[in-house]
Design a protein around this ligand. Structure first.
Ligand code: FCB
Length: 445
């Protein structure tokens, strides 16, 4: 008997994204995305290894669905490649792409696995980037048309949708240059983030207009900042970092517009996005649920500022570091669930749409991933506690089903509960996969 039980109707899932697993980057009529371009540009990703092959999920999707069925996975969260469906991002539809996801969805349903579909997980069609990408307001219309195609094609079978996954990726791509499309222009990046929120609102409108049953939300990653000391400069830094991160999205999404604090700072820096009449209303179009991706927290110190905030360093002791360098802080998920309620009054359902960990640097046997088991188990315990105390958390998606292409880290970070041999592409469940199967069977940890 597990010590900690999750509610009977709680959903246990796994998550992936199109670019990270599909491969087939130029097959069957798919157009290139900004990640195809970026990873094929020298100097952008680890070892200059592009993501062309992903982990060949496009060819092996049946096997991957069967794997999920064998593990007892109840829901599969994945994303659609916009440029597989619309090679130029707008206009022409690629029927082979439409059919691919249709087969995947049918296969999932046949195996009793509920599809949970994200429209955008970072892979903007390159043709749209060439026309201004997220920086131009035209993207709102492009996204709306794409969303309409998606709901028209799959709205009869999919019951859970998300518009965007972690729109902060747009800051990393347009402001920091560390992700596709590799631009470093803060003003353009802020506008792009605003436009992404508008596109989200337009996507929700398109969903309501399509009239298909089901629910739609957005997925944000929550890395709460904890000041290293009580010093005002540490506290101010924590607040600014949160404003730059998840609050940039939550503030306008949940109805309040951009905060005074953020507006003042960006206006002073000349990087405040241009906001037109009606924008804030569109962004705040009501959603059905919120997806939260939670991996850890960040301890911030003004004296020792760490621009690579997701990897703890010696100046930011949280106490407990994982073998991959990230702080082990499972209470982060409990805090995030509370934060959306306390700070924003959010009282609709929450899904933890991603949580997971990459294999440690010293892992000897790639299948013996005990640290992942401890990590996921602890997060599930904190989720159970939040639910016991009244939070409306409906499900959990482990990141990730497969070892895959981890963006700028290429294949060097392995988040899968299933090992993938990159030579043969053979899939082998790790210890954590079998453990997760037992968690799902017994409904607890
Ligand atoms: C999340 C991303 C996902 C993957 C995991 C490790 O921020 O949404 O694609 O990179 O981190």
């Amino acid at each position: 008997m597990p010590k900690i039980l999750l509610p009977k109707d709680f959903t246990f899932g796994v998550a992936t994204s199109a670019y990270q697993i599909e491969g087939a980057w130029n097959e069957d009529g798919k157009g290139p995305s900004i990640w195809d371009t970026f990873t094929r540009t020298p100097g952008k990703v680890a070892g200059d290894v592009p993501g062309n092959r992903g982990v060949e999920h496009y060819q092996r999707y049946r096997e991957d669905v069967a794997l999920m069925r064998d593990l007892g996975i109840e829901s599969y969260r994945f994303s659609l490649s916009w440029s597989r469906l619309m090679p130029e991002g707008a206009g022409r539809v690629n029927q082979a792409g439409v059919d691919f996801y249709s087969r995947l969805i049918d296969q999932l349903l046949e195996q009793g696995i509920a599809p949970n579909v994200t429209l955008y997980h970072w892979d903007l069609p390159q043709a749209l980037e060439d026309r201004g990408g997220w920086v131009t307001r035209d993207v709102v219309g492009w996204f709306g048309d794409y969303a309409a195609l998606v709901f028209d094609s799959y709205g009869d079978r999919v019951r859970r949708w998300a518009t965007l996954n972690e729109p902060i990726s747009i800051w990393v791509g347009y402001g920091m240059g560390a992700f596709a499309p590799g631009r470093s222009d803060e003003k353009a990046a802020r506008q792009a983030m605003h436009n992404a929120l508008l596109a989200h609102g337009r996507g929700v409108e398109a969903f309501r207009a399509a009239g298909s049953p089901g629910e739609i939300g957005i997925v944000l990653d929550i890395w709460q900042r904890h000041p290293a000391t009580d010093k005002p400069e540490d506290k101010a830094l924590a607040a600014d970092d949160e404003d730059n991160g998840f609050r940039f999205f939550l503030d306008p999404l949940l109805g309040g517009g951009y905060s005074e604090r953020l507006t003042q700072r960006l206006t002073a820096a000349g990087t405040m996005p241009e906001i037109e009449a009606g924008d804030l209303e569109l962004i705040a179009t009501p959603i059905d649920y919120l997806g939260l991706n939670v991996y850890s927290r960040v301890v911030v110190s003004a004296e020792h500022y760490n621009p690579k905030w997701w990897v703890a360093d010696e100046w930011h002791p949280g106490g407990n570091f994982l073998d991959n360098g990230m702080e082990f802080y499972p209470k982060a998920v409990y805090d995030a669930i509370h934060m959306v309620k306390t700070d924003y009054g959010f009282d609709r359902p929450i899904f933890i749409t991603e949580n997971g960990v990459s294999d440690g640097k010293t892992l000897a046997d790639p299948l013996e991933d005990d640290e992942r088991i401890a990590y996921v188990g602890a997060f599930l315990e904190w989720i159970a506690k939040a639910i016991d105390e009244g939070a409306d958390v409906r499900g959990y998606y482990l990141w990730s089903l497969l070892d895959n292409y981890e963006w700028a880290a290429a294949y060097t970070q392995k988040f899968g509960i299933v090992h993938v041999d990159l030579e043969t592409m053979q899939r082998t469940p790790k210890k954590s996969a079998l453990w997760y199967r037992d968690v799902i069977r017994s409904r607890g940890v």
